[in-house]
Design a protein around this ligand. Structure first.
Ligand code: 6MZ
Length: 332
């Protein structure tokens, strides 16, 4: 089997996918038609070349996912697309959003849960929801979303398993004190960390010890980090969600071969491979595995091992982990 076929067929685990960044062009067009039944299509899809441009792209998705129906369609499509490329476990994250007159935050999150329930019966995939807190939206909104996440977890413990701290890393704050509250309530925390250089903030996030970290670009000294930060990350052994296309396309790292994957993988630090925003970065999880294999000379058995370890770092239950591991082990 060639690399392309192997990466597609491999049963994979996706731990870092933002709903509105994961919408395919097909889904965006479908949502546009829902909003404009008689209108001519007026959509423009640009390739992003910086972190700022990626945040501009989310605005298009947000303008189209402005009702519970649109969120439901979006979430169903994203889950189905991951399932079609043999993702067997998906943690989908999304920021609860209200749209005046059209949708409340409760309706937003309920639409995601409904989509997960629909797809769980139709596709062979386990899906969990991480409630996102956008650092740009300020303390009050963060508190509101954390309270909502705690309530949702009580109502849907099978599906709502964690909190994601995300948003434009050049803006806002990281609300670590508030996150403590969700941790006390039993929610696991996946925090974006070091997408841009900021030694003090990065050290604060590391010392908070989230269950998982996203990106961790500017930690290694060769990528605008420092020995101190890199040593601290290694010492803490927190699993890192690595998103190669996202980091290269936003120019957070200069090329694939410069990616922090090489430093972390070499020393055996826990990592997993993820898409981040498969729509915005025009990728798939299979492609991300191919990129890792081709740029860092990994064998099929190494890729399979990464999938097994990703199960370990996931927020699945012990029983689910056992089943997922069995599926991966049986794959040849
Ligand atoms: C930080 C990101 C991100 O929540 O509306 N998001 N936050 N860094 C990134 N790297 C490129 N990619 C996505 O999905 C879109 C939201 O996810 C976060 C941003 O807050 C973005 O608005 P949802 O489903």
């Amino acid at each position: 089997m060639d690399l392309n076929m192997y990466c597609h067929a491999l049963p994979k685990v996706e731990l870092h996918a933002h709903l509105n960044g994961s919408l395919s062009i097909r889904t965006l067009k479908k949502l546009y038609e829902l909003q404009n039944p008689d209108g001519l299509e007026n959509l423009e899809f640009k390739d992003v070349n910086s972190l700022k441009e990626s945040f501009e792209e989310f605005k298009l998705a947000h303008s189209l996912t402005n009702s519970p129906k649109a969120i439901y369609i979006a979430a169903c499509d994203v889950i189905q697309e991951f399932a079609e490329e043999n993702v067997i476990y998906l943690e989908l994250r999304s920021t609860p959003r209200e749209v005046e007159g059209l949708m409340t935050k409760d309706e937003y999150t309920e639409a995601i849960i409904k989509a997960i329930k629909t797809c769980e019966t139709k596709c062979s995939i386990i899906v969990k929801y991480l409630v996102s807190v956008d650092r740009r939206h300020g303390l009050q909104v963060a508190e509101e979303n954390i309270d909502l996440a705690i309530e949702l977890q009580k109502k849907y413990p099978k599906y709502v398993v964690g909190l994601d701290l995300s948003g434009d890393p050049t803006e806002g704050d990281v609300f670590l004190n508030l996150l403590e509250k969700s941790r006390d309530a039993g929610l696991r925390i996946a925090a974006h960390c070091a997408e841009v250089p900021n030694e003090v903030e990065i050290m604060d996030i590391l010392n908070f010890r989230p269950e998982r970290l996203g990106h961790c670009v500017c930690i290694h000294p060769s990528l605008n980090g420092s020995h101190k930060l890199f040593q601290r990350l290694l010492e803490l052994k927190i699993p890192v969600e690595l998103c190669l296309s996202s980091n290269v396309k936003t120019k957070s790292v200069p090329t694939y071969s410069h990616h922090q994957f090489k430093y972390l993988y070499k020393v055996g630090h826990p990592i997993c491979i993820c898409t981040d925003d498969k729509g915005v970065f025009r990728t798939t999880l299979s492609k991300e595995f191919e990129l890792v294999a081709s740029h860092f000379d990994l064998k099929n058995t190494d890729l399979k091992e990464i999938c097994k370890l990703s199960v370990k770092y996931s927020f699945a239950t012990d029983e689910e982990k056992k089943c997922l591991l069995q599926i991966i082990k049986n794959f040849n």
